[in-house]
Design a binder for this molecule. Structure first.
Ligand code: HEM
Length: 466
């Protein structure tokens, strides 16, 4: 009885007094949990509980500190074999001697999130280096590649702890692969640089940094999304909230247009041929031709390479605008045959490569009471700003598709001469130039079909056709 009264008072306070909104919301959930009036999914939380920073978004608020003590062994290897010297090592045919290394107990790292993340990052780069610098003769089609226990065992421990795949991911290459130029300076683009490069080229750094730029800009978009997520349903249709939502959608549109400009700006700084032949081969994960085995561990399924499809930022925008990649809803214009043939589960699968808390954040956003698309269907004033944001996301996917076709499909047709890469180039040469529309991306997809399907799914979210 007292608890129910408490719930009523707090509902009243929350609706009447916006400044107490956050506090009341938390107390309400707790009170409802006690009274059983409504089963809460979890205590409501904010972005920071999921490792999302107000200023840097999914990028940590500071670069991950280097590992110390016994784990410095991995750091030193990364520094010596990879870093900016890796391309030369590769030419010299040097191999990581990790099979002679001790098997370190990574349980000592898991109490510290940044330590686990750093270990995942260092080990993932070392594992990809180990695999892709293997002498060609050992790599006949169908041969499996065994990752030695010194790399496999600690990687499995940290990957399980972080609830992400034990392989190089978007988090490793983009979110965690940076250092500050001036350590006392801010986490802004002009004070950051890439830490680890496979090819040692400026092109690779530019490829990573363009995505870092997207993620940093994305922090602002995540702020807009978080503000809407914290609104209460009963407020959603009052005049103030509609004006706020409309403003939020306009800000999202502007941000997506800026992301579009960043993607369009990649071309002068990253050469498509360098990307395709000298950078991308290092990203390849386990494949049917060369399945990876983590010595001493059960079989792993999540072992594809890094992909922009693993960017939690892009997923958050999709969730917010209710883009239906899986063709669950009947929307207009109807999905084409090519759309239906595409890998409609790709985006969902890519979530397994994200750090667990980032994936949880997406789930949290999916469960927030305000569904912007449904609201915009009901409230005429929201239709135009909602469609504007969807149109901006569609334009971004159009630009991205053009870039991906240029960098993957077209670049695959021109074989470079004298390229130093051993295993992957040989394997690619044996396969021959790709057919447009059938190039397989690092995420294992048919690139053009997949990206068109994503663009069309975005287009179908627009209300003016539905
Ligand atoms: C040279 C630059 C880029 C190239 C060559 C490129 C290439 C690709 C390719 C081939 C795919 C297909 C899936 C796969 O195989 O992994 C893909 C997917 C994706 N990429 Fe990129 N990408 C680039 C830049 C970016 C940037 C800057 C972002 C922004 C964060 C991004 C975000 C995405 C997303 C979200 C997907 C999933 C499909 C979709 O949402 O449409 N990419 N990219």
């Amino acid at each position: 009885m007292i608890h129910s009264l408490l719930v009523c008072i707090m509902e009243l306070l929350r609706d009447r007094c916006p400044t107490l909104n956050g506090m009341c919301r938390n107390l309400l959930w707790a009170a409802k949990a006690i009274t059983g009036r409504r089963q809460p999914l979890s205590i409501p939380r904010g972005p920071s509980d999921f490792g999302v920073d107000r200023k840097t978004g999914f990028i940590p608020s500071r670069p991950l500190p280097k590992l110390r003590g016994a784990f410095k062994l991995w750091e030193d290897a990364l520094q010596a074999k990879l870093g900016r010297h890796m391309a030369e090592d590769y030419r010299a045919g040097e191999r990581l001697t990790s099979s002679q290394w001790p098997v370190l107990d990574a349980m000592d790292l898991v109490n510290h999130v940044a330590g686990s993340q750093r270990a995942h990052y260092v080990l993932a780069y070392l594992i990809h280096y180990y695999v892709h610098s293997m002498p060609c003769k050992q790599l006949k089609k169908g041969t499996s590649i065994t990752i030695p226990p010194s790399l496999a065992a600690p990687m499995m421990v940290v990957a399980r702890h972080l609830r992400m795949a034990p392989v190089l991911t978007y988090a490793d290459t983009i979110l965690w692969n940076m250092e500050q130029i001036n350590e006392d300076g801010p986490m802004t683009l002009d004070n950051l640089r890439t830490e680890t490069l496979f090819s040692g080229t400026e092109d690779e750094s530019a490829f990573y940094m363009s995505q870092v730029q997207c993620e940093l800009l994305g922090a602002e978009l995540l702020g807009v999304i978080a503000d809407v997520a914290s609104m209460h349903c009963s407020q959603a249709k009052d005049a103030t909230s509609i004006a706020l939502l409309s403003g939020a959608l306009d800000r999202l549109t502007d941000g997506l247009e800026e992301l579009d400009q960043i993607i369009k700006g990649i071309r002068p700084t990253c050469d498509p041929s360098v990307f395709y032949w000298r950078i991308r081969p290092w990203f390849v994960g386990s494949s049917e031709d060369h399945p990876w085995i983590f010595q001493g561990e059960d079989a792993c399924i999540d072992l594809l390479g890094p992909s922009g499809g693993q960017s939690s930022l892009m997923h958050a925008v999709d969730v917010f605008l209710d883009v239906d990649h899986e063709l669950r809803f009947t929307r207009s214009p109807a999905a084409s045959n090519a759309n239906r043939r595409a890998d409609t589960g790709f985006m969902k699968r890519m979530r397994r490569y994200m750090p667990g808390p980032h994936r949880d954040y997406l789930q949290y956003l999916e469960q927030t009471p305000i569904r912007v698309r449904e609201l915009a269907e009901e409230v005429p004033m929201l239709k135009v700003p909602y469609d504007g944001a969807v149109a901006a996301l569609k334009r971004l996917r159009d630009s991205h598709m053009r870039i991906a076709v240029l960098y993957v499909v077209s670049a695959a047709r021109i074989l470079p001469t004298g390229c130093p890469l051993a295993m992957m180039v040989k394997a690619m040469e044996a396969k021959g130039p790709s057919d447009a529309g059938h190039s397989i991306g690092t995420g294992g997809s048919e690139v053009a079909t997949l990206l068109k399907a994503g663009r069309d799914a975005t287009r179908r979210a627009m209300l003016k056709d539905n």
